[in-house]
Design a binder for this molecule. Structure first.
Ligand code: GLA
Length: 375
């Protein structure tokens, strides 16, 4: 791309991916989540280019880019461009202060692996333009506009967790976020002598986006049935097991399973926060296994590859717990592994996974890290 010949950045933004320790699919059900940013990130190099409306975007990592005109923002056929275009569209609803800019991206955040490279892309751009053009957006506005961009331009009716974690995280902590009130608490996470190891299945099943929206609808269907008996209920957040069981006869079996996962998962998030506060790592591990069981059997957003890795980890007494992290249908499993066992665990898991699926496993340690910042 022509602009690269003279490109010198004015501003560099670091925008991280995230893991979610526990609380999957609870965010759009107005419940609790427990995510944190990780060190893997997208770096944005930005400058104003003097034009009124012409912008250039280039990804060094994927060697691909595109030009756009701020006066003619529309959805693209190319999926990743929609994360950028969606954010620009949302910003234009709020302010007309953005002018032509050049943007170069670098990433060490694997895409489609459940680590929210999409939120990192959306939030990093919004954060960067906010700095570059002095837009006056608050962190929460950045989070919310990035989430809306994903609804309108990408088509996933996602909750707020990923964008919130990417922007708001704090090193050494997980965020206990109440997705109804948006109140949050930073919970220190000290797993010593254990580490968080991610095993990347390297599969991202492409039904993920439509299946995600279906899960959301099934939960809403459950809420509508429960409301017949409990008109004050707004979301599964307000539903107890007793209320759910009382409505079971009126409910489709699948809808019941979806709802019962969410009701239990919300409880597990609060239990996990307590387990971390007490440093009860055995309990924390058990909660991960219980969560994965629900993800796989009740919410049905796992896949054979993730299930295999979680089952594999159960044979190793130095692994306290494991589960698939993120939206589902592949991506990474999150494992709590004793520091002395990390290499052996990765080696044996890689051999077993290769044998079963003929895929080279990717494995890495992650540390709870801080949110988006100016480098
Ligand atoms: C995706 C969505 C989030 C959340 C998770 C599942 O990452 O973007 O909002 O729903 O799935 O917990």
């Amino acid at each position: 791309m022509e602009f690269l010949k003279t490109f010198t950045p004015e501003l560099t933004i670091v925008s991280p991916g995230r893991i979610n320790l526990i609380g999957e699919h609870t965010d759009y059900n107005m419940g609790y989540v427990l995510p944190t940013a990780i060190e893997k990130k997208i770096i944005f190099k930005l400058r104003k280019n003097g034009s009124d409306s012409v912008c250039h975007v280039y990804s060094e990592t994927y060697d691909t880019g595109f030009d756009l005109n701020l006066n003619a923002i529309a959805r693209s056929e190319v999926e990743w461009e929609n994360y950028i275009l969606g954010v620009l569209n949302e910003i234009s609803v709020r302010t007309n202060k953005v002018r032509g800019f050049d943007c170069v991206l670098q990433s060490d955040l694997p895409t489609g692996s459940g680590l929210s490279s999409s939120a990192a892309l959306e939030c990093g751009l919004a954060f960067g333009l906010n700095e570059l053009f002095d837009l006056g957006l608050s962190q929460l506005e950045i989070v919310q506009l990035a989430q809306t961009a994903e609804h309108t331009y990408v088509g996933t009716q996602c909750g707020i967790m990923d964008q919130f974690a990417s922007v708001m995280s704090k090193s050494g902590h997980v965020i206990l976020l109440d997705c109804e009130s948006l109140e949050y608490d930073y919970i220190p996470i000290d797993l010593h002598p254990y580490k968080i190891i991610l095993l990347n299945t390297k599969v991202s099943h492409n039904l993920a986006s439509s299946a995600y929206n279906t899960r959301k609808r099934e939960c809403e269907e459950g809420v509508a049935i429960i409301r017949r008996k409990h008109p004050k209920v707004k979301s599964l957040r307000n539903v107890t097991e007793e209320m759910l069981n009382a409505s079971r006869p009126e409910m489709d079996a699948t809808v019941f399973d979806r709802c019962s996962f969410i009701v239990a998962e919300n409880k597990r998030v609060l239990q996990m926060a307590n387990a971390l506060r007490k440093k009860d790592l055995l309990w924390a591990g058990q909660l991960l296994y219980a969560a994965h069981h629900g993800i796989s059997k009740l919410y049905e957003v796992s896949c054979p590859e993730s299930d295999f890795l979680v089952e594999f980890s159960k044979d190793n007494p130095n692994v306290l717990g494991a589960r698939q992290t993120g939206g589902g249908f592949g991506g990474c499993t999150l494992n709590i592994v004793h520091e002395d066992e990390v290499d052996a665990f990765i080696a044996t898991a890689s051999i077993a996974y290769k044998k079963e699926f003929d895929i080279a496993l990717e494995a890495f340690e992650v540390k709870p890290s801080g949110g988006t910042l100016v480098a």
